[in-house]
Write a protein that binds this ligand. Structure first.
Ligand code: ADP
Ligand code: SF4
Ligand code: MG
Length: 357
């Protein structure tokens, strides 16, 4: 991240205007990121593009959690990098508190980079092995000096470690001295240190044991309540986002194919891809096992460098008709109560609802 320090040393961090609870914080409109595919070493020429993100629309409100789900390679991490300004969009826009991020510079961009933090899937790779935990957590204060007064930084770091469930006496330890779950907690403390409004959680529990996953998800939920955070929570499995998300967006090959509240997407999925994903979700309630509508997804995800015409899911869809190869289906409500990008969208219960849900 660039250091475009404006030299401010005041006690309060520079920030963009605040919005009330429930108001839209982030609005993503027709976002695209196409990576050039090149050939040749001396004379590099572009022979095509990987359409990693190809027309994504998303809204994130204050204190809300939006789950973004899809198989590996569908563009989730690219969306998260675009959101935290680690990548520049090919087209489309990201509006934060109503302002276009692409047009931000100076103080506004610096504030944006502080207010929108990210935690990564692999806590092994995302923490510098040669830095102590204390230095990792405090690293962002070098750029955003106004967030934490210089004098109380050690104490603040220890408070943060304590808050994420780590022993505050471990500030001088190195990442390799911690377990996977603990390392993810270090990543969370590092993000929290900058007092963000939004945390983009890019598969934060996918690399962790199932028992540890729940602990980290619970921690994120507690922190959300305490600090009024908003999350974009990414996962490749619908079961992981189920309990944390207010709304869920299902992604396939660069775009969103179904979107709705937690209840709408789980109780009445209407896109064949969502139905297939749900059918592969493990059920934790023993009494409900065996009651699932099994749908086996055929084949692999096609290459985003050469996506199928029309509906991108058609090469794996059991409902595909001729029109599917010609007309890309819009993400709209066709009477099933929430938007779905399928010409033949039809709600179908795939998993029984668990007790009390
Ligand atoms: N820097 C890059 N250059 C070229 N292709 C990329 C780059 N980053 C990601 N991709 C490609 O974009 C697609 C989406 O990747 P990614 O966003 O990492 O998906 P996900 O996080 O859902 O697994 C993949 O086909 C991936 O190979
Ligand atoms: S539009 Fe056609 S191919 Fe696409 S999901 Fe719907 S039925 Fe399947
Ligand atoms: Mg990813």
């Amino acid at each position: 991240m660039s250091d475009d320090s404006d030299g401010s040393t005041g006690a309060t961090a520079a920030s963009l205007p605040t919005t009330a609870a429930g108001e839209t914080l982030l609005e993503v409109r027709d976002l695209r990121k196409h990576f050039p595919l090149t050939q040749g070493i001396v004379f590099r020429r572009t022979i095509g593009h990987v359409r990693a993100v190809d027309g994504v629309n998303l809204t994130l409100r204050r204190k809300e959690t939006v789950g973004l789900v899809g198989e590996s390679g569908c563009g989730k991490s690219t969306v998260s990098k675009l959101l935290v300004a680690l990548e520049k969009p090919t087209s489309g826009s990201i509006l934060y508190k109503g302002r276009d991020v692409a047009k931000m510079s100076g103080r506004a961009l610096k504030a944006y980079r502080r207010e929108v933090q990210i935690i990564f899937q692999d806590p092994y790779a995302s923490l510098n092995p040669r830095m102590t935990v204390g230095d990792i957590v405090a690293e962002g204060w070098a750029v955003h000096a106004d967030v934490a007064p210089r004098k109380g930084r050690l104490q603040r770091t220890q408070e943060l470690l304590d808050r994420v469930g780590l022993n505050p006496d471990y500030v001088n330890r190195y990442p390799h001295q911690f377990s996977g779950g603990q390392r993810q907690r270090i990543g969370i403390a590092r993000a929290l240190a900058l007092r963000p409004e939004i945390i983009v959680c890019d598969e934060p529990v996918s690399a962790l044991d199932v028992s540890v996953q729940a602990q980290v998800v619970n921690l994120l939920e507690d922190l959300q309540d305490e600090f009024g955070l908003s999350y974009l929570f990414i996962a490749h499995d619908l079961s992981v986002v189920r309990h944390i998300s207010d709304r869920v967006a299902v992604m396939y090959l660069g775009s969103i194919v179904e979107e709705g509240t937690d209840e709408q997407v789980y109780a009445s999925p209407s896109h064949p891809y969502t139905q297939a994903l749900l059918s592969s979700v493990p059920l934790h309630e023993p009494a409900l096992r065996g009651q699932k509508d099994r749908i086996l997804l055929q084949g692999d995800v096609p290459s985003p460098a050469d996506p199928p015409s029309g509906c991108r899911f058609r090469t794996r869809c059991w409902k595909a008709q001729d029109v599917c190869a010609v007309e890309p289906p819009a993400l709209v409500d066709r009477g099933q109560g929430h938007p779905s990008a399928c010409h033949f969208a039809e709600a179908r219960r795939v998993v029984p609802l668990e007790e009390g849900r």
